[in-house]
Write a protein that binds this ligand. Structure first.
Ligand SMILES: *Cc1c(COP(=O)(O)O)cnc(C)c1O
Length: 361
Protein backbone atom coordinates (compact mmCIF):
# COMPACT_ATOMS: atom_id res chain seq x y z
CA UNK A 1 0.00 0.00 0.00
CA UNK A 2 1.24 3.46 -0.91
CA UNK A 3 1.58 6.18 1.72
CA UNK A 4 -1.52 8.34 1.97
CA UNK A 5 -1.71 12.11 2.32
CA UNK A 6 -2.53 12.44 6.00
CA UNK A 7 -4.29 15.67 6.99
CA UNK A 8 -4.60 14.71 10.66
CA UNK A 9 -4.54 17.52 13.23
CA UNK A 10 -2.22 15.44 15.37
CA UNK A 11 -0.45 13.14 15.68
CA UNK A 12 0.32 13.99 12.11
CA UNK A 13 2.62 13.36 9.18
CA UNK A 14 6.36 13.20 9.59
CA UNK A 15 8.73 13.86 6.66
CA UNK A 16 9.32 10.62 4.75
CA UNK A 17 13.05 11.32 4.82
CA UNK A 18 12.93 11.33 8.65
CA UNK A 19 11.06 8.03 8.78
CA UNK A 20 13.55 6.49 6.38
CA UNK A 21 16.53 7.63 8.44
CA UNK A 22 14.85 6.35 11.59
CA UNK A 23 14.20 3.02 9.87
CA UNK A 24 17.81 2.73 8.71
CA UNK A 25 19.04 3.47 12.24
CA UNK A 26 16.34 1.55 14.06
CA UNK A 27 18.39 -1.47 15.19
CA UNK A 28 21.86 0.02 15.21
CA UNK A 29 22.48 3.69 15.79
CA UNK A 30 25.84 4.69 14.33
CA UNK A 31 28.54 2.41 15.73
CA UNK A 32 26.81 1.86 19.07
CA UNK A 33 25.41 -1.57 18.14
CA UNK A 34 22.05 -0.67 19.68
CA UNK A 35 18.85 1.20 19.00
CA UNK A 36 18.32 4.69 20.42
CA UNK A 37 15.29 3.10 22.13
CA UNK A 38 17.58 0.83 24.10
CA UNK A 39 20.22 3.34 25.13
CA UNK A 40 20.82 4.53 28.64
CA UNK A 41 19.78 8.15 28.82
CA UNK A 42 22.95 8.66 30.91
CA UNK A 43 25.24 7.37 28.16
CA UNK A 44 27.54 9.75 26.31
CA UNK A 45 25.98 8.58 23.03
CA UNK A 46 22.53 9.65 24.17
CA UNK A 47 23.83 12.89 25.69
CA UNK A 48 25.18 13.77 22.24
CA UNK A 49 21.71 13.21 20.73
CA UNK A 50 19.82 15.42 23.19
CA UNK A 51 22.53 18.09 23.07
CA UNK A 52 22.41 18.18 19.28
CA UNK A 53 18.61 18.34 19.29
CA UNK A 54 18.66 21.29 21.66
CA UNK A 55 21.40 23.05 19.67
CA UNK A 56 19.43 22.65 16.43
CA UNK A 57 16.24 23.98 18.03
CA UNK A 58 18.15 26.97 19.41
CA UNK A 59 19.75 27.63 16.04
CA UNK A 60 16.56 27.33 13.97
CA UNK A 61 14.36 29.33 16.36
CA UNK A 62 17.19 31.74 17.30
CA UNK A 63 16.58 31.15 21.00
CA UNK A 64 18.76 33.53 23.04
CA UNK A 65 21.00 32.30 25.87
CA UNK A 66 18.80 33.81 28.55
CA UNK A 67 16.15 31.21 27.71
CA UNK A 68 16.13 27.64 28.95
CA UNK A 69 15.00 24.88 26.55
CA UNK A 70 13.35 21.95 28.35
CA UNK A 71 12.32 18.55 26.99
CA UNK A 72 9.42 17.45 29.19
CA UNK A 73 6.53 14.99 29.15
CA UNK A 74 2.83 15.34 29.85
CA UNK A 75 1.92 17.16 26.65
CA UNK A 76 0.89 20.76 26.21
CA UNK A 77 -1.98 19.91 28.57
CA UNK A 78 0.44 19.60 31.50
CA UNK A 79 1.72 23.09 30.73
CA UNK A 80 -1.77 24.40 31.42
CA UNK A 81 -0.94 23.63 35.09
CA UNK A 82 2.83 24.01 35.01
CA UNK A 83 2.74 27.59 33.74
CA UNK A 84 0.54 28.92 36.57
CA UNK A 85 2.34 26.83 39.21
CA UNK A 86 5.64 28.35 38.16
CA UNK A 87 4.60 31.88 37.17
CA UNK A 88 1.47 32.82 39.17
CA UNK A 89 3.48 33.73 42.20
CA UNK A 90 3.72 37.53 42.20
CA UNK A 91 0.29 39.14 42.16
CA UNK A 92 -1.23 35.70 41.64
CA UNK A 93 -3.11 37.01 38.58
CA UNK A 94 -2.95 36.16 34.90
CA UNK A 95 -4.82 37.23 31.75
CA UNK A 96 -6.29 34.91 29.12
CA UNK A 97 -7.73 35.29 25.64
CA UNK A 98 -10.22 32.55 24.89
CA UNK A 99 -9.78 31.64 21.24
CA UNK A 100 -10.83 28.01 21.43
CA UNK A 101 -10.84 24.85 23.48
CA UNK A 102 -7.12 24.74 24.21
CA UNK A 103 -7.03 28.38 25.31
CA UNK A 104 -10.05 27.69 27.50
CA UNK A 105 -8.42 24.68 29.08
CA UNK A 106 -5.31 26.73 29.88
CA UNK A 107 -7.55 29.34 31.51
CA UNK A 108 -9.59 26.85 33.54
CA UNK A 109 -6.53 25.08 34.83
CA UNK A 110 -4.82 28.34 35.83
CA UNK A 111 -7.98 29.38 37.69
CA UNK A 112 -7.26 26.54 40.11
CA UNK A 113 -4.00 28.17 41.17
CA UNK A 114 -4.68 31.89 41.08
CA UNK A 115 -6.87 34.66 39.73
CA UNK A 116 -7.38 33.99 36.03
CA UNK A 117 -9.02 36.80 34.07
CA UNK A 118 -10.59 36.54 30.64
CA UNK A 119 -9.73 39.70 28.69
CA UNK A 120 -11.48 38.64 25.48
CA UNK A 121 -13.16 35.67 23.83
CA UNK A 122 -14.37 34.69 20.39
CA UNK A 123 -16.80 32.06 21.70
CA UNK A 124 -19.72 34.12 20.33
CA UNK A 125 -18.86 33.09 16.75
CA UNK A 126 -17.53 29.55 17.30
CA UNK A 127 -13.99 30.93 17.63
CA UNK A 128 -13.87 31.85 13.96
CA UNK A 129 -11.76 34.96 14.61
CA UNK A 130 -9.09 36.35 16.94
CA UNK A 131 -10.57 39.08 19.17
CA UNK A 132 -9.22 42.63 18.79
CA UNK A 133 -7.33 43.35 21.99
CA UNK A 134 -7.15 46.63 23.87
CA UNK A 135 -4.11 46.82 26.21
CA UNK A 136 -6.12 49.18 28.45
CA UNK A 137 -8.19 46.13 29.48
CA UNK A 138 -5.14 44.05 30.47
CA UNK A 139 -4.34 43.42 34.16
CA UNK A 140 -1.39 45.74 34.87
CA UNK A 141 0.21 43.58 37.56
CA UNK A 142 -0.53 40.18 35.99
CA UNK A 143 2.15 37.53 36.37
CA UNK A 144 1.64 36.56 32.75
CA UNK A 145 -0.63 36.94 29.73
CA UNK A 146 -1.60 33.72 27.97
CA UNK A 147 -2.52 33.15 24.33
CA UNK A 148 -2.94 30.09 22.15
CA UNK A 149 -1.04 31.25 19.09
CA UNK A 150 -2.52 28.87 16.52
CA UNK A 151 -5.94 27.41 17.25
CA UNK A 152 -5.75 23.90 15.92
CA UNK A 153 -9.45 23.10 16.09
CA UNK A 154 -10.83 26.37 14.68
CA UNK A 155 -8.06 27.31 12.25
CA UNK A 156 -7.23 30.79 13.52
CA UNK A 157 -3.85 32.33 14.25
CA UNK A 158 -2.49 35.52 15.78
CA UNK A 159 -0.80 37.44 12.98
CA UNK A 160 0.14 40.21 15.41
CA UNK A 161 1.01 39.67 19.04
CA UNK A 162 -0.68 41.55 21.89
CA UNK A 163 1.47 44.27 23.43
CA UNK A 164 1.69 43.20 27.07
CA UNK A 165 4.49 45.59 28.08
CA UNK A 166 6.45 44.11 31.01
CA UNK A 167 3.94 41.33 31.61
CA UNK A 168 5.46 38.09 30.26
CA UNK A 169 3.60 36.80 27.22
CA UNK A 170 3.05 33.03 27.36
CA UNK A 171 2.02 31.16 24.22
CA UNK A 172 0.87 27.67 23.42
CA UNK A 173 2.55 27.05 20.06
CA UNK A 174 1.74 23.32 19.83
CA UNK A 175 0.33 23.53 16.32
CA UNK A 176 2.61 26.19 14.82
CA UNK A 177 6.05 25.58 16.30
CA UNK A 178 8.70 25.74 13.54
CA UNK A 179 6.14 26.61 10.87
CA UNK A 180 7.69 30.06 10.43
CA UNK A 181 10.21 32.29 12.21
CA UNK A 182 9.08 33.59 15.60
CA UNK A 183 10.63 36.31 17.74
CA UNK A 184 11.32 34.37 20.94
CA UNK A 185 12.33 37.56 22.77
CA UNK A 186 8.69 38.69 22.74
CA UNK A 187 7.76 35.83 25.07
CA UNK A 188 8.27 34.74 28.65
CA UNK A 189 7.31 31.14 27.93
CA UNK A 190 6.63 29.19 24.72
CA UNK A 191 5.41 25.62 24.93
CA UNK A 192 4.38 22.93 22.48
CA UNK A 193 3.45 19.28 22.42
CA UNK A 194 5.53 17.65 19.69
CA UNK A 195 2.96 15.64 17.79
CA UNK A 196 1.77 18.37 15.38
CA UNK A 197 4.93 19.72 13.82
CA UNK A 198 7.99 18.26 15.48
CA UNK A 199 7.99 14.59 16.42
CA UNK A 200 5.76 11.74 17.50
CA UNK A 201 3.78 12.31 20.71
CA UNK A 202 5.76 12.10 23.92
CA UNK A 203 7.96 15.15 24.23
CA UNK A 204 6.82 18.63 25.20
CA UNK A 205 9.06 21.57 24.37
CA UNK A 206 9.20 24.43 26.88
CA UNK A 207 11.21 27.55 26.09
CA UNK A 208 11.29 29.69 29.22
CA UNK A 209 13.09 32.92 30.08
CA UNK A 210 15.55 32.10 32.83
CA UNK A 211 14.41 34.84 35.23
CA UNK A 212 10.94 33.23 35.32
CA UNK A 213 12.38 30.01 36.76
CA UNK A 214 12.79 29.48 40.50
CA UNK A 215 9.64 31.11 41.88
CA UNK A 216 7.22 28.17 41.81
CA UNK A 217 4.34 27.91 44.26
CA UNK A 218 5.13 25.78 47.33
CA UNK A 219 2.56 23.17 46.36
CA UNK A 220 4.27 22.57 42.99
CA UNK A 221 5.14 18.89 42.50
CA UNK A 222 8.86 18.43 41.95
CA UNK A 223 8.23 17.17 38.42
CA UNK A 224 6.14 20.28 37.62
CA UNK A 225 8.80 22.73 38.69
CA UNK A 226 10.75 24.23 35.75
CA UNK A 227 13.73 24.56 38.12
CA UNK A 228 13.93 20.78 38.52
CA UNK A 229 14.36 20.27 34.81
CA UNK A 230 16.51 23.34 34.16
CA UNK A 231 18.96 22.22 36.88
CA UNK A 232 19.22 18.74 35.41
CA UNK A 233 19.42 19.36 31.66
CA UNK A 234 15.96 17.77 31.20
CA UNK A 235 17.38 14.60 32.79
CA UNK A 236 15.97 14.74 36.32
CA UNK A 237 14.25 11.55 35.32
CA UNK A 238 14.25 9.55 32.11
CA UNK A 239 13.31 11.86 29.24
CA UNK A 240 11.30 10.59 26.24
CA UNK A 241 14.57 9.53 24.62
CA UNK A 242 13.41 8.17 21.30
CA UNK A 243 10.98 11.02 20.61
CA UNK A 244 13.73 13.55 21.27
CA UNK A 245 15.91 11.70 18.76
CA UNK A 246 13.14 11.90 16.13
CA UNK A 247 12.71 15.60 16.92
CA UNK A 248 16.41 15.94 16.16
CA UNK A 249 15.93 14.27 12.77
CA UNK A 250 13.01 16.61 11.98
CA UNK A 251 15.11 19.63 12.94
CA UNK A 252 17.91 18.42 10.65
CA UNK A 253 15.36 18.04 7.86
CA UNK A 254 14.17 21.63 8.39
CA UNK A 255 17.74 22.90 8.44
CA UNK A 256 19.29 20.89 5.63
CA UNK A 257 16.51 19.84 3.27
CA UNK A 258 14.17 22.80 3.70
CA UNK A 259 16.85 25.38 4.41
CA UNK A 260 15.56 26.94 7.63
CA UNK A 261 12.42 28.59 8.93
CA UNK A 262 12.20 31.36 6.31
CA UNK A 263 11.97 28.70 3.62
CA UNK A 264 9.60 26.62 5.76
CA UNK A 265 7.35 29.66 6.03
CA UNK A 266 7.39 30.23 2.25
CA UNK A 267 6.40 26.63 1.61
CA UNK A 268 3.67 26.78 4.26
CA UNK A 269 2.34 30.04 2.80
CA UNK A 270 2.25 28.48 -0.63
CA UNK A 271 0.32 25.44 0.61
CA UNK A 272 -2.16 27.54 2.58
CA UNK A 273 -2.69 29.89 -0.38
CA UNK A 274 -3.45 26.96 -2.69
CA UNK A 275 -6.21 25.80 -0.40
CA UNK A 276 -7.61 29.20 0.63
CA UNK A 277 -7.62 30.49 -2.96
CA UNK A 278 -9.58 27.44 -4.00
CA UNK A 279 -12.05 27.83 -1.11
CA UNK A 280 -12.52 31.55 -1.87
CA UNK A 281 -13.73 30.85 -5.41
CA UNK A 282 -15.53 27.56 -4.77
CA UNK A 283 -19.33 27.49 -5.02
CA UNK A 284 -19.50 24.30 -2.97
CA UNK A 285 -16.86 24.57 -0.23
CA UNK A 286 -16.14 27.54 1.97
CA UNK A 287 -13.72 28.31 4.79
CA UNK A 288 -15.07 28.99 8.28
CA UNK A 289 -12.54 31.60 9.48
CA UNK A 290 -12.39 35.35 8.85
CA UNK A 291 -9.69 36.03 6.26
CA UNK A 292 -7.33 38.12 8.37
CA UNK A 293 -7.01 35.50 11.11
CA UNK A 294 -6.54 32.38 9.02
CA UNK A 295 -4.10 29.73 10.17
CA UNK A 296 -1.26 28.50 7.95
CA UNK A 297 -1.53 25.06 9.52
CA UNK A 298 -5.19 24.11 10.03
CA UNK A 299 -7.81 24.87 7.41
CA UNK A 300 -11.42 24.12 8.37
CA UNK A 301 -14.07 24.20 5.62
CA UNK A 302 -17.67 23.12 5.08
CA UNK A 303 -20.17 22.63 2.30
CA UNK A 304 -23.05 23.67 4.54
CA UNK A 305 -24.66 20.25 4.11
CA UNK A 306 -23.76 17.53 6.64
CA UNK A 307 -24.54 14.67 4.30
CA UNK A 308 -22.40 16.13 1.54
CA UNK A 309 -19.58 16.73 4.05
CA UNK A 310 -19.71 13.06 5.05
CA UNK A 311 -19.77 12.00 1.41
CA UNK A 312 -16.73 14.16 0.71
CA UNK A 313 -14.76 12.81 3.69
CA UNK A 314 -15.49 9.22 2.65
CA UNK A 315 -14.64 9.82 -1.02
CA UNK A 316 -11.44 11.63 -0.05
CA UNK A 317 -10.39 8.77 2.18
CA UNK A 318 -10.96 6.26 -0.61
CA UNK A 319 -8.76 8.42 -2.84
CA UNK A 320 -5.89 8.50 -0.32
CA UNK A 321 -6.59 11.79 1.52
CA UNK A 322 -7.17 10.75 5.12
CA UNK A 323 -8.25 12.40 8.37
CA UNK A 324 -10.15 15.27 6.74
CA UNK A 325 -13.16 15.05 9.03
CA UNK A 326 -13.56 18.29 10.97
CA UNK A 327 -13.55 18.59 14.74
CA UNK A 328 -16.98 17.75 16.17
CA UNK A 329 -17.40 21.31 17.50
CA UNK A 330 -17.06 22.85 14.01
CA UNK A 331 -18.30 20.02 11.79
CA UNK A 332 -17.42 19.76 8.13
CA UNK A 333 -13.81 19.22 7.21
CA UNK A 334 -10.39 20.30 8.39
CA UNK A 335 -7.15 19.93 6.47
CA UNK A 336 -4.12 20.16 8.71
CA UNK A 337 -1.19 21.04 6.48
CA UNK A 338 1.74 20.95 8.87
CA UNK A 339 5.39 21.22 7.84
CA UNK A 340 5.63 17.59 6.70
CA UNK A 341 2.71 17.86 4.24
CA UNK A 342 4.32 18.36 0.83
CA UNK A 343 3.05 21.00 -1.62
CA UNK A 344 2.04 18.14 -3.93
CA UNK A 345 -0.30 16.81 -1.23
CA UNK A 346 -2.21 20.08 -1.13
CA UNK A 347 -2.22 20.37 -4.93
CA UNK A 348 -3.64 16.87 -5.16
CA UNK A 349 -6.28 17.63 -2.53
CA UNK A 350 -7.37 20.79 -4.36
CA UNK A 351 -7.63 18.87 -7.63
CA UNK A 352 -9.74 16.26 -5.86
CA UNK A 353 -12.00 18.95 -4.37
CA UNK A 354 -12.44 20.57 -7.81
CA UNK A 355 -13.52 17.24 -9.24
CA UNK A 356 -15.86 16.56 -6.32
CA UNK A 357 -17.41 19.99 -6.78
CA UNK A 358 -18.07 19.32 -10.49
CA UNK A 359 -19.78 16.05 -9.67
CA UNK A 360 -21.85 17.30 -6.76
CA UNK A 361 -23.37 20.61 -7.79
C1 LIG B 1 -2.92 19.40 20.44
C2 LIG B 1 -2.91 20.65 21.23
C3 LIG B 1 -2.85 20.65 22.63
C4 LIG B 1 -2.87 19.38 23.45
O1 LIG B 1 -1.64 18.79 23.39
P1 LIG B 1 -1.31 17.47 24.23
O2 LIG B 1 0.14 17.30 23.90
O3 LIG B 1 -2.19 16.39 23.72
O4 LIG B 1 -1.55 17.77 25.66
C5 LIG B 1 -2.79 21.86 23.28
N1 LIG B 1 -2.80 23.01 22.59
C6 LIG B 1 -2.84 23.05 21.25
C7 LIG B 1 -2.83 24.36 20.54
C8 LIG B 1 -2.90 21.87 20.53
O5 LIG B 1 -2.95 21.90 19.19
Amino acid sequence: MARVYNFSAGPSMLPLEVLQTAAAELCEFGTTGQSVMEMSHRSKEYQAIIDETQALLRELMQIPDDYEVLFLQGGASSQFAMVPLNLMTGSGKADFVITGQWANKAYKEAARYGQANVVASSADKTYSYIPKLDPATFTKDADYFHICMNNTIYGTKYHTLPDTGDVPLVADISSCILSEPIDVTRFGVLYAGAQKNLAPAGVTIVIVRKDLIGHAQDITPTMFNYQTHADNGSMFNTPPCYTIYIAGLVLKWIKNTIGGLENMQKINQKKAALLYDFLDQSKLFHGTVVKEDRSLMNVPFVTGNDELDAKFVAAAKAAGFVNLKGHRSVGGMRASIYNAMPVEGVQALVAFMEQFEKENR
